[in-house]
Design a protein around this ligand. Sequence first.
Ligand code: GLN
Length: 551
Amino acid sequence: MTRYIFIVGGVMSGIGKGVATASIARILEDRGFKCTAVKIDPYINVDAGTMNPVEHGEVYVTEDGVETDQDIGNYERFLNKNIYRDNYMTTGLVYQTVINRERNLEYGGKCVEVVPHIPEEVISRIENAGQKAKADFVMIEIGGTVGEYQNLLFLEAGRMMKLRHPEAVMFVLVSYLPVPDMIGEMKTKPTQYAVRTLNGAGIQPDIVLARAVVPLDKPRKEKISTFCNVMPEDIISAPDVKNIYEIPINFEKENLSWRILKKFGLKPGRNNGKKWRSFYNKTISAKKIVKIGITGKYFSSGNFTLADSYLSVIEAIKHASAHIGVKPEIHWLDAESFEKMPSRLKSLGEHHGIIVPGGFGSRGVEGKIKAIKYARENKIPFLGLCYGLQLAIVEFARNMCGLTGAHTTEVNQSTKHPVIHVLPEQAQNVKSQKNLGGSMRLGAYPCKLAKGTLAHAAYKQNLITERHRHRYEVNNDYRDSLEEMGLTISGLNPEKNLVEIIELPTSSAKGYGGQAKTHPFFLATQFHPEFKSRPLDPHPLFVQFIKAAIK
Ligand code: GLN
């Protein structure tokens, strides 16, 4: 029998519901149960691919090529397994499915209504995700907070599931308890209101996760218990942590897996969380600092700096650093500032390694190209991801091959040297600016590695698969010129002969004339390795990059 645990938010968003969901899945998995997790995004967008990362955070890509919310990345990282297409839905996707079915006469002449047809579609998607994963537990995270008009239908789906299978469905409310400075006391009232609102949707939470800056004390626990109708043992203290990987450990200190399993009448297995704890201990015990600069453009949101746009890159750096035993210090380097003030480029020299991550459009591009040139010439370890590869090619073409004005046609359609150009199957969509949602080269594709390269030494395999999200690629007409000047193509897609990895030789013994063209670690990928990095399975390219950075 599959059990379903709905996770809903109260009081405010951004309090770590995704990580809480992933952490509950982790502790149940460590008790011997098979878990999967579903994310529901209450947007009309059919997927997350059309949302600006500054507003919505990173667009995460699954193995089977869906552009999802970053929480799917949290689930994959915490569970150390792949999550597929069936585990992500938005309001738009659910409606689209129902409307398409109606257009195909599949409702046999019935009136198709918001209720019950929309919640029924949601339920069937949740059940399907559980069946496909053969899961003992399906965690279902409903985006937003209770009381929002947007997620009512998803709460309704949860309520209907509980009515049908009372013994198999449970609700967890992740709430926030503010400690206002002027009062100096933790306040429970907003949480009480959140529970009442949830009650208004016909749902009683079984567990309340009390997020706050500090741990919950006894009087607060008792208050929430009395006024929210939840046993004191089921109110779990979830104070802020510096390191998200501590959260499953903290949940177990509060006996959370026991409480959940008891409610379902299940016996917990021995706690297998040893590997997780040892990973966490590594992250906190490392002393030696490695300074990594990320040169991007999706940082600022009003007066705030947002790191969420590059979440998987940050996590991949953390995993690799923990594996090696160093402590990463990540700095945000705004690409546009290098355009306005080239003297700022010198700040790159204070870093042990530079990453240019994925991106779209022209903003900040010249700044990124300048940063890549700086890293290449000053022999600072460099890792380029997707746009990072494409711009590394542009930089190399312009400055090493003498191809003045070389560019990607994404930015300059009439460039004399289109070293990066649109993928043939993308040309029509780009030209017409139609069908741009969910139509990039997405998901996992194979890549063949050339022996004797940095890439091959990192993966120790001949054939790998990695996840993609792009419309442009290296123009094969320029490959000879690039290679003549010392660029190595170390990874190729075997079916379409597309460039997937480039690098510079580490020693002149490997050819390409002259020490000037070697580099300790200069590697870029057309794919996004960051999506496959996991705490318990760090990504080999990030591991090699961090190793080079410490050197
Ligand atoms: N904008 C580039 C392309 O579409 C790179 C995309 C990315 O970095 N994910 O090909």
